[in-house]
Design a protein around this ligand. Sequence first.
Ligand code: PEP
Ligand code: MG
Length: 362
Amino acid sequence: EPELAGDFGVLMEWADRHRRMGVRTNAETPEDCRTARGFGAEGIGLCRTEHMFFDAARISAVRAMILAENEEGRRAALARLLPEQRSDFVEIFHTMAGLPCTIRLLDPPLHEFLPTRDEEFEELSETLGLGVDHLKRRAGELHEFNPMLGHRGCRLGITFPEIYEMQARAIFEAACEVTAEGGDPVVPEVMIPLVATRKELEILRALVDRVAAEVFAEKGASVDYLVGTMIELPRAALMAGEIAKEAKFFSFGTNDLTQTALGVSRDDAGRFLGPYVDKGIYERDPFVSLDVDGVGQLVEIAAERGRATRPEIKLGICGEHGGDPESIMFCEKVGLDYVSASPYRVPIARLAAAQAALKAPK
Ligand code: PEP
Ligand code: MG
C-alpha cells in the first residue's frame, strides 16, 4: 500500500488545505481501493462492475441470463452470481470503510456477453434446456452492428431488469452486512449508466428503491443510500433539469460524453486525432483533456439545469478527464463537488484541485 511520505506528503497536505473539490477514485478491486486510499482518495467516484463478470463461470451465467426463455430463467441464471457479487462489494466497502462509494450498475456492450463459439452454445443449451439452434437464432437477433451505440448501459437494465436487481441486492446486502459489524456506516451511491431520458432513470430508480426496501425488510436493518446517474450523453446533459427529478447526484462520464458529442469513437480516435492535434484542430487530445469549449458547455448546461431542479444535487466527474489538471481547472469553474481519478492519478488530482481553487476568483 503506497504512502505519501516525506516532502511529497507535506505538499499534499498543503494542497488539501486549499482545495474545495473532493478527490475520489475510479476503483473496481480492493487492490485499487487500497492504492487509492494510500494516495489520499476520499471515496470511490466510479466502481465499474463490468470486469467483475469476466471470469469464465460468471460470464456464462450472464450469457444464460441473456438467452433464457423468461423471467424465471433469467432469475435462476443470476442466482448463482449473487453471493459472489455480494462479496465483491463487501470487500470494497471494507477497504473504503466510512467513505462514500459510487457503484455503477453493469454497463458492457451486449456483444461482450453474447456466445460465439459452438462450445459456448452447447454449454448454454445444457444449462437452459434449450436447443442449440434456438439459442443461435436468439443470439443472432441480439447481434448489433454498432454495440457502442446500442444495447448497453441502462438499456440493458431496462431489457433485463433481473441483472440490475441482482446487483442492487448484492450492494444493499453487502452494505447492511458491513454496517452491522460496527464502525462507520456504509452509504452506497448507486449509479445508473448511459441514461438519456428521465423515464429510464425513473424506472430504474424505482427498481433500486424496491430492492432496497426488500433487503431492509428481510434483514430488519437499513442503510442510507443515494441513487443517481451518469451524465454521458448530450441528450442527458440537455435534459438534466428533468433527469435531476430522479437523481440525487450526477457524475459526468466525459469519456462517452466526448465520444458522443464529437461523433468520434473513443476506441478508434488514435487513428486520426494525432495529426488533428498537430494542426491545432483540437488544442489537445479531447479524450485526455476535456474539450472545454464544446463538450464543456454540455457539462455547464447540465450542472446548471440539474441544480435549478435540485439545488443540493451532488456533482462529480468520473471520466478520464477527472485526473487531468487542465480539465480539473474547468471542473472547479463549474463548481463540481468532486473529481474522480484512477488510483495513481489521485495525488495529481489533489494538487490540481488545490491549484484550481487558488486560481479561482474569490
Ligand atoms: C465515461 O464514459 O466517461 C465513463 C466514466 O464510463 P466508461 O468509461 O466506463 O464508459
Ligand atoms: Mg461511459
